[in-house]
Design a protein around this ligand. Structure first.
Ligand SMILES: [Zn+2]
Length: 115
C-alpha cells in the first residue's frame, strides 16, 4: 500500500465511522486532519523545492559566475532553518531542485506506486 492508497483507505474508514456514529464530529475532524497530515508535502510554487524535513523553507542559489564567460555552473539548494544543503550540484538549477526534492522523499508525485 502506498501513501495515496493509505489515505484513500483511511478516508473510507472515516466515512464508515461517521455513518455508524462511532466518532463524534470532533473526533471525525481530528481524523481528517491526521489523514491530511499524511499527504506528501507540495513543492513551493516559486522555487519548485519541497519544504525541508525540519519544517524549514528551502532556497536555491547559484554559484559565482565563471570569471571570463560569466556562466553559472552550479546551484545549491538548502534549508533556511537548519542549514542542511545539497552541496553544489553541477548544471542547471533544476538539477539541484531534483537532488533536494529526492532527498526530501520525492519520488515523482503521489501517482508513483512505492510498493
Ligand atoms: Zn531544515
Amino acid at each position: 500500500m502506498n501513501r495515496q492508497e493509505a489515505i484513500e483507505h483511511l478516508k473510507g474508514v472515516h466515512s464508515l465511522c461517521m455513518y455508524d456514529h462511532f466518532l463524534t464530529s470532533d473526533e471525525g475532524d481530528k481524523m481528517l486532519d491526521a489523514i491530511d497530515a499524511l499527504k506528501p508535502p507540495t513543492p513551493d510554487p516559486d522555487t519548485g523545492l519541497l519544504p525541508c524535513g525540519c519544517g524549514g523553507k528551502a532556497q536555491i542559489w547559484p554559484s559565482e559566475p565563471t570569471q571570463f564567460t560569466k556562466v553559472v555552473t552550479d546551484y545549491e539548494a538548502g534549508c533556511t532553518k537548519c542549514a542542511m544543503t545539497t552541496g553544489w550540484v553541477r548544471g542547471k538549477q533544476e538539477n539541484a531542485v531534483k537532488v533536494w526534492n529526492t532527498a526530501m522523499g520525492w519520488k515523482g508525485g503521489p501517482e508513483v506506486d512505492d510498493d
